[in-house]
Ligand binder design. Structure first.
Ligand code: LIP
Length: 265
């Protein structure tokens, strides 16, 4: 078994188990554990519990790997010695999850080349959506898949693009986000704000939406979804890589170029 296959199978098995735990806790009732950057930026007890489960399973299987998880990131990345680092968002779409909106995911990626998101290389990525029992996965150079179906980004639609985006939790950022929305609308047949970056990226990879852009995302929000998009023939990039809220864009190759020129960076 190649290392890529081992990493992908491990990530798939853990994502499934973690997704089942998240769904179980959702049925039990969700408790807000704390807020982060603002009152709107919440973390639930389930976020924390799911990340602990994922980390335990990874340590059991690959004790020498590094780990960067959303709920433990404040303590920094745990650098391993194997050359592989796991980048994990235990529940992406936490606000949806807490509100009972069934659009959230477990996102697990394995990267090589160090712990800097600007220079690491994602080797495998898995996004599991418990509410729809869908599991998206990709391995570098081996394609992207939804369960057993190969994924491909959408062709340009003459009616315009279906474009997803998101907004920051800080009201001071909303004017800029609305300016980006206005710019994108010139190329859109409609817009979506669905609330999970990992699933928005999976939707681009599956050709369900044509493009997704958002400022201020974290490495764990996009690490797995980025590989889904590029292995499905799409483009992923930070069109304004610097600053506090860099702009991320994912789309098919032609639309990527159009939106990269149109969006205010
Ligand atoms: C969320 C993203 C979403 C973004 C939210 C938040 P979380 O991740 O999936 O796209 O708009 O601000 O970053 O916090 O639920 O893991």
């Amino acid at each position: 078994m190649t290392q890529t296959t081992e990493l992908l199978e491990l990530a798939t098995d853990i994502a499934r188990e973690a997704g089942e735990l998240a769904a179980r806790r959702r049925r039990d009732g969700v408790e807000i554990a704390a807020t982060k950057s603002s009152l709107a930026d919440i973390v639930t007890e389930a976020d924390r519990e799911v990340e602990v489960l994922i980390r335990e399973r990874l340590i059991e299987a690959r004790p020498d790997d590094g780990f960067l998880g959303e709920e433990s990131a404040a303590g920094g990345v745990s650098e391993g010695t194997s050359g592989i680092t796991w980048v994990v968002d235990p529940i992406d779409g936490t606000v949806n999850y807490a509100a009972g909106i069934p659009f959230y995911a477990v996102s697990i990626a394995a990267v090589s080349g160090g712990v800097d998101p600007r220079t690491w290389t994602t080797q495998v990525g898995v996004v599991a959506a418990p509410a729809t029992s869908e599991l998206f996965r990709a391995a570098r150079g081996e394609g992207a898949w939804l369960d057993g179906r190969r994924l491909a980004v959408a062709e340009r639609n003459p009616a315009g693009a279906l474009i997803a985006t998101g907004f920051g939790y800080d009201a001071r950022t909303h004017a800029g986000d609305l300016a980006s929305l206005t710019a994108a609308f010139a190329y859109a047949r409609d817009m979506r704000r669905m609330g999970s970056a990992a699933l928005d990226l999976a939707a681009v990879a599956a050709g369900r939406i044509d493009a997704y852009f958002e400022r201020g995302l974290n490495p764990w929000d996009v690490a797995a979804g980025e590989l889904l998009v590029t292995e499905a023939g799409g483009r992923f990039g930070w069109i304004s890589p610097d600053g506090a809220r860099p702009m991320m864009l994912a789309a098919g190759p032609e639309l990527f170029g159009v939106l990269a020129d149109a969006l205010p960076v």
